[in-house]
Design a protein around this ligand. Structure first.
Ligand code: 5AD
Ligand code: SF4
Length: 425
């Protein structure tokens, strides 16, 4: 989501006539787009900001701007005012589109601007974007989240759920297809809550996008297990362009912890969903997010998480140590798990996950896979990288450059996080 926002920021700056620089020492403007989902992201922001201070001291005209989720929290803005008074521009997720106006006033009036709206004024259409890739693109379909998982800051920083109109999404995807994009990833905090019009929910949207010529692959992220409908599961067998991969965050395998997290499903609900998905699309890859050490998590609860991992056999997972987010209900929960216990559990989880990932990848050996080629390796000019339909990273040898194309690759080897292959003739 933040990467997509950064593409918009780059697009807005481009329209204002700025071009991309490579380092703070020579740039006229630096903008840091922040994420606040976990503590680690917060810390990295303050580190990155601190590193810009020298450039600002050497050249007072150098403009430093900060934006994104962290700015939607008053305590962060207060800290910036107190400890980083040299920052010129602060804006939030709800007024990203106002960047040109705010930046112009910083430049022409030479004054500091701090403007963070508490709530959004709906969805803004028609903003430019400087896309990172020519052949694959992120497409926002909805913003915000109403789920209020008790550990999560996102509903506070991204606001209430709001969906884009289907016609706007379709016209964006059509124009992406015309410009050569082959794969779109639909983005939303909880895509299953997409409601574009009375009869158009997320599943209907997928079927509509499946009809667009030129688009060959459709992905989406992120899906909430409590809202994953049978209709969407069926789409995996019926929509030819929908990729055989779903990212379905489980967070914990313990129904007791899931309740404390306000996730609104149980361990068994999740297991049932994964079975339905596997029946709907043979070989579907299921990836997930798991939080270790949520307040109150006991050894038994953690064992339940390991059990789900063993039963579902995730292709891969993003694993997180629980970190307190200020203002969320879980901040005040009793039973905060000691760091040492969190780390010990984390190690066991990773070990189990990695073994399963390696086994899953090994099963690809000898198969021919369709790979969307993303580019050439920086270190070996005969090696290219791309993704399978199931989102596996493949490094493969090819005599010719197929970047941007979907091509057949014979899988000849595998590791925990990637596959190797050769371009078939
Ligand atoms: N601590 C640890 N992980 C978190 N996530 C969200 N909030 C927290 C938190 N406070 C994880 C969840 C979510 C992913 C994007 O980040 O697993 O799915
Ligand atoms: Fe956060 Fe839960 Fe919303 Fe995901 S669904 S963004 S974890 S509140």
């Amino acid at each position: 989501m933040n990467e997509r926002d950064s593409e918009t920021i780059a697009g807005l700056l481009d329209e204002m006539g700025f071009c991309e620089g490579s380092e703070a020492d020579t740039a006229d403007i630096a903008i840091i787009n922040t994420c606040s989902v976990r503590e680690n992201a917060d810390n990295r922001f303050f580190g990155a900001l601190g590193r810009l201070k020298k450039a600002k001291e050497a050249r007072p005209d150098f403009i430093v701007g900060v934006c994104g989720c962290m700015m939607q929290q008053q305590h962060v803005v207060d800290k910036l005012k107190e400890k980083y008074p040299w920052v010129d521009l602060v804006f939030g997720t709800h007024n990203l589109h106002e960047l040109p106006k705010l930046l112009s006033s910083v430049i022409s009036e030479k004054r500091k601007r701090i403007e963070v709206l508490e709530e959004s004024c709906g969805t803004v259409e028609g903003l430019p974007a400087k896309r990172l890739h020519a052949f694959k693109a992120f497409v926002n379909i909805m913003f915000g989240c109403d789920n209020f998982c008790t550990y999560c800051i996102v509903p506070y920083t991204r606001g209430r759920e709001r969906s884009r109109q289907p016609e706007n999404i379709i016209s964006e995807v059509r124009s992406l297809a015309e410009s050569g994009v082959k794969e779109v990833t639909l983005l939303g905090q909880n895509v299953n809550s997409y409601r574009g019009a009375e009869k158009i929910g997320f599943t209907e949207l997928i079927y509509m996008l499946n009809e667009i010529d030129g688009i060959e692959r459709i992905r989406f992220t992120t899906s909430h297990p409590k809202d994953l409908s049978d209709g969407l599961i069926d789409a995996f067998s019926e929509c030819g362009k929908l990729c055989g991969h779903i990212h379905l965050p489980v967070q914990s395998g313990s129904s007791r912890i899931l309740e404390r997290m306000n996730r609104k499903y149980t361990k068994d609900d999740y297991l049932e969903l994964s079975e339905k998905l596997r029946r709907s699309r043979r070989g579907i890859s299921i990836t997930t997010d798991i939080i270790v050490g949520f307040p109150g998590e006991t050894e038994e609860d953690f064992e339940e998480t390991l059990d789900v991992v063993r039963k579902v056999e995730f292709d891969s997972a993003f694993t997180f140590l629980y970190s307190i987010r200020r203002g969320t209900p879980a901040e005040k929960y009793e039973g905060q798990v000691p760091e040492e216990t969190k780390h010990e559990r984390f190690g066991r989880l990773i070990c189990l996950l990695n073994g399963i990932s390696a086994k899953k990848n090994k099963a690809y050996e000898g198969c021919t896979e369709k790979v969307l080629v993303e580019g050439r390796s920086k270190t070996n000019k005969d090696v290219y990288a791309g993704r399978t339909d199931s989102f596996k990273l493949v490094n493969f040898i090819s005599g010719a450059d197929y970047t941007g194309e979907i091509t057949d690759v014979l899988i000849t080897g595998s590791k925990t996080f990637s596959l190797f292959g050769e371009k078939t003739t």
